[in-house]
Design a protein around this ligand. Structure first.
Ligand SMILES: O=P(O)(O)O[C@@H]1[C@@H](OP(=O)(O)O)[C@H](OP(=O)(O)O)[C@H](O)[C@H](OP(=O)(O)O)[C@H]1OP(=O)(O)O
Ligand SMILES: Nc1ncnc2c1ncn2[C@@H]1O[C@H](COP(=O)(O)OP(=O)(O)OP(=O)(O)O)[C@@H](O)[C@H]1O
Length: 500
């Protein structure tokens, strides 16, 4: 990529989140991730070019120096900061505007700084020859995979029902989504194949912003619009069928949609549980023991109690959850420590730099994170360490897991593998067909220190909204799933017990 010869026609809209917009190159396997600003700031950029550059550099440093150490290098691609010609960025912004979902247009792309993050395109890791099968890619935003165990938790319900399941009530009440998702992160992180299968099935039913599926780098399945559902299961099945019908005894046989979906989910589960050549083994995540089931999950409680050992210790799920669990105090226990730091910074504003509240995210930051007294000794250092740990946990709770799959026969032909990535590659020896895969973790940006009060307010709103919905239901009934199964819900449960 030659930065002085950038042409907007060589880039297309790829996707966006709350704070960045991503475009992909039409030929090379790379993406550019550009910052977004609130639309009201579009006339006056909220930061200088130097600040924007620092923000993007901080993202790279946080990912490569902090998150990569915690999550494992094999899963993390930190990318590099690039400085783009402003005219290119302006033309690009005009070009992609009509493809952006309306609900994301409260923010505009940064056209002033020219700073962007250049990353490998994890959804189309190989340049396909016409004969090659396009890569299938599944992106999951799993959210928080454990129940808080902190003594500071004031509401008992938080130790029984997970944050995601409670948040669903709040999101529907606020009009963010039309329907509640029946996905529960604790099922996905459980390491129990049936629970994981169930969780992914729920994501397919109601993807919200937790699931996207790509084929050859193009998004083929997602909830593109916040309110209207634009995903179509039949079209997804149509895309998947060729991947699951080749080989062995399936060449001429017709798979039912249910069997096709079961195979597909099984391949994803295998990838999520597998390791890239590490030592394997079952997780020994003692802090989460006995608290691995969310009472709002629809998955059969008895079954889950008898077989959820946790994910293997070198799997992506284990690493993400362990990092999330750096939030040891819960926002309720953390907030007073935030106040201690905030008070100190009000008295001594210059200390913000020494304490690395906004970076730089280097080895010294990692050391602050690790060197934390086990008990609160009333010190500023304790508070700073806990705040840093909490922010790292927040990043892990908001990250995405990307699983790229290539049928393994393709892989044998093309010994180059999945270029553009440091590989976590293995063969999945599930029932046919076999896939080779790579697993990555995206969106590892630092969460601002000043966001912490918002976290507390949101936590309170989520819990009170959930408790209000519980009061409206008959005694003993948990609000997410009232126990009265619809035909569709029963169907989902039977899918679990198909022979595999
Ligand atoms: O607070 P949460 O759990 O709702 O997470 C926010 C996400 O909402 P979600 O519930 O996943 O739909 C939210 O995602 P959406 O915009 O809803 O797709 C962002 O990821 C937000 O992060 P940031 O402020 O952009 O850095 C996330 O905010 P942080 O809490 O991670 O700062
Ligand atoms: N390296 C990459 N390769 C391929 N696709 C990517 C890559 N990085 C991001 N994307 C796509 O772009 C989308 C938006 O990116 P990202 O999640 O980083 O945005 P964000 O604004 O930081 O999200 P959030 O809402 O969590 O703040 C992702 O959901 C993913 O589909």
């Amino acid at each position: 990529m030659e930065l002085d010869k950038m042409d907007e026609n060589e880039w297309r809209y790829h996707g966006e989140g709350n704070k960045s917009l991503v475009v992909s190159h039409v030929q090379l396997s790379i993406v550019l991730r550009l910052l977004k600003y609130p639309a009201e700031d579009s006339e006056n950029p909220p930061q200088t070019v130097e600040q924007a550059f620092r923000q993007v550099q901080n993202i790279v440093d946080f990912s490569s120096n902090v998150m990569s150490c915690l999550l494992g290098e094999k899963f993390v691609h930190s990318g590099e900061v690039v400085k783009l010609p402003l005219e290119f960025v302006r033309q690009l912004s005009i070009k992609v505007q009509h493809q952006r979902p309306a609900w994301r247009c409260d923010k505009v792309m940064d056209i002033y700084s020219g700073c962007a993050l250049c990353l490998p395109n994890l959804t189309s890791p190989t340049l396909h020859q016409p004969t090659h099968t396009p890569t299938l890619c599944i992106e999951i935003k799993p959210k928080c995979g454990f129940l808080p165990y902190s003594k500071h938790v004031s509401q008992d319900i938080k130790t029984k029902v997970c944050r995601f399941c409670m948040h669903q009530h709040y999101k529907v009440a606020m009009g963010t989504w039309k329907r509640r998702s029946r996905y529960c992160p604790l099922d996905l992180f459980s390491g129990n194949r049936q629970r994981m299968h169930f969780a992914i099935r729920q994501l397919i039913d109601e993807p919200q912003n937790n699931l996207k599926i790509f084929k050859g780098g193009r998004c083929i399945f997602s909830s593109m619009d916040g309110i209207e559902d634009s995903m179509d299961l039949n079209s997804l099945l149509h895309h998947l069928r060729p991947y699951f019908q080749y080989g062995n005894n399936r060449i001429n046989s017709h798979m039912t949609s249910k069997a096709l979906l079961t195979d597909f989910i099984q391949v994803v589960v295998n990838a999520l549980l597998s390791a890239g050549g590490g030592d394997g083994g079952v997780g020994t995540d003692r802090r989460g023991e006995g608290r691995s089931f969310c009472e709002a999950s629809l998955f059969n409680k008895e079954r889950s109690r008898h077989g959820s050992q946790g994910s293997p210790s070198d799997s992506v799920l284990y690493r993400v959850r362990q990092t999330q669990m750096l939030d040891t105090l819960d926002i309720e226990g953390l907030y007073p420590l935030y106040r201690r730091v905030e008070q100190h910074l009000q008295d001594f504003p210059k200390e913000r730099t020494r304490l690395q509240m906004d970076g730089p995210y280097n080895e010294a930051f990692l050391e602050k994170l690790h060197k934390c007294p086990s008990e609160d000794d009333g010190s500023l250092e304790y508070a700073v360490s806990k705040v840093h740990q909490y922010r790292v946990a927040m990043t892990a709770k908001d990250s995405q897991i990307m699983v790229a799959l290539v049928p393994s026969c393709e892989e044998e032909e093309d010994d180059e593998g999945l270029p553009g990535q440091r590989q976590h590659r293995d063969f999945l020896s599930s029932r046919p067909p076999a896939f080779s895969y790579s697993v990555s973790i995206l969106d590892l940006d630092p969460k601002p220190f000043d966001n912490i009060p918002r976290q507390l307010r949101l936590d309170q709103n989520i819990v009170s909204c959930y408790l209000r919905s519980s009061c409206a239901l008959p005694k003993g009934a948990l609000p997410l799933h009232s126990g009265i199964f619809t035909a569709a819900e029963r169907e989902d449960c039977t899918l679990l017990f198909h022979p595999v």
